[in-house]
Design a protein around this ligand. Structure first.
Ligand code: TLP
Length: 353
């Protein structure tokens, strides 16, 4: 077989995350022409339009444009809970694992972690985590779900399970928040409208800045009353953004033009996963490749994550560490099928040498 020459691969293939996507020309034009105003007075027409569109896509009464997914999730916890409350989450959830402990440091809640299967919580484990009334116990006020699930490799929570969890929670007066950073990936993979994934939850956050390629921003959606309180909390956190229509304009293009193409990313992730599964020394759980991620384990190759990634970078290909022996590769806008073949080829070579 032809030897893959590292120096021929001049294009950087950045598979660290879909957060690295760059705004499209159409987004830049929309940003340039956006009508703006002071959004703290709710007078930015472009932000208002984006919020209406975001609420509609999620089937909610209202929505709030926020600078990041992390802030959207934190606002949800802050707005649903009082200090000292307990929040039930899957143990590998982004809110718990990757958001700097904000739920405790800022919102003052304690996490109650449950084990999931490929990121999908088991309803029995949630039932076991529910407490009865007792003087000694904290109050459980919120369950957080994540769809798609990042650390599990982009896995999807089936809509039926979300509904069942919401029913259980609501019977106990517990709210449900959905971290739907990549909810559009889940919807496209299932070939359903995202509203079907969000309709029973009390709040949902989704990101414009990941696979949808907008430069900045996320949306938090929920009831009118919830969003009103979240708006005040956003101000408290310093997230009131003034002429944010410049950013919201790109978000509108993201929602109107960038959703359907996510299927290309899913197809590329599948090709990548299957290509990697053929390489001896590498383990891939093909069942987890449901959307735009391919995670693999290097443990039979004799290399760990931090030995492997610099070798991959020599080929101008970047991935994300999942130490000690795993790597995450994310497909997205700007990554072609040829990039995927080049990646498989490079990894084959690295693992063989
Ligand atoms: N995820 C990022 C990193 O933080 C790890 C990534 O590269 O995947 N929820 C989920 C499920 C996420 O994956 C992320 C970002 C967020 C929330 C936070 O979004 P941002 O980065 O906008 O704060």
């Amino acid at each position: 077989m032809e030897n893959f020459n590292k120096s021929f691969n001049l294009k950087k293939i950045d598979l660290r995350s879909d957060t690295v996507t760059l705004p499209t020309d159409e987004m830049r034009d929309a940003m340039n022409n956006a009508k703006v105003g002071d959004d703290v007075y709710q007078e930015d027409p472009t932000v208002n339009r984006l919020e209406e569109l975001g609420a509609k896509k999620m089937g909610k009464e209202g929505a709030l444009f926020v600078p990041s997914g992390t802030m959207g999730n934190l606002l949800a916890v802050l707005t649903h809970c009082q200090r000292g409350d307990e929040v039930i989450l899957e143990m590998d959830s982004h809110i718990y694992y990757y958001e700097v402990g904000g739920m405790s440091a800022v919102a003052g809640v304690i996490p109650r972690l449950i084990i999931g299967d490929k990121g999908i919580p088991d309803i029995q484990n949630i039932k076991l985590a529910l407490r009865d009334e007792n003087l000694h116990y904290p109050k459980t006020t919120l369950i957080c779900l994540e769809n798609t699930h990042n650390r599990a490799g982009g896995t999807i929570i089936p809509p039926m399970l979300t509904t069942e969890i919401c029913q259980l929670a609501h019977q106990q007066n517990i709210a449900v928040h959905l971290d739907g950073a990549r909810i559009f990936n889940a919807a496209i993979a299932l070939n359903i409208e995202p509203v079907l994934l969000a309709k029973n939850v009390d709040s949902v956050m989704f990101c414009l800045s990941k696979g949808l390629s907008a430069p900045v921003g996320s949306i938090l959606a929920g009831s009118k009353e919830f969003i009103q309180r979240a708006r005040k909390n956003r101000k408290m956190l310093g997230g009131g953004m003034r002429q944010a229509g410049i950013l919201a304009a790109a978000g509108i293009v993201a929602l109107e033009k960038m959703v359907d193409r996510l299927k290309e990313d899913h197809k590329n992730a599948r090709i990548l996963g299957e290509g990697l599964a053929d390489i001896s020394g590498i383990k891939v759980d093909l069942e987890t490749i449901q959307t735009n991620m391919a995670c693999f384990d290097l443990n039979k190759s004799g290399m760990d994550t931090y030995q492997f990634l610099p070798k991959l970078a020599e080929y101008n290909i970047l991935g994300s560490p999942r130490p000690p022996t795993k790597v995450r590769l994310v497909t997205h806008y700007g990554i072609s099928e040829n990039d995927i073949y080049a990646t498989i080829k490079a990894i084959k070579e690295i693992v063989r040498n």
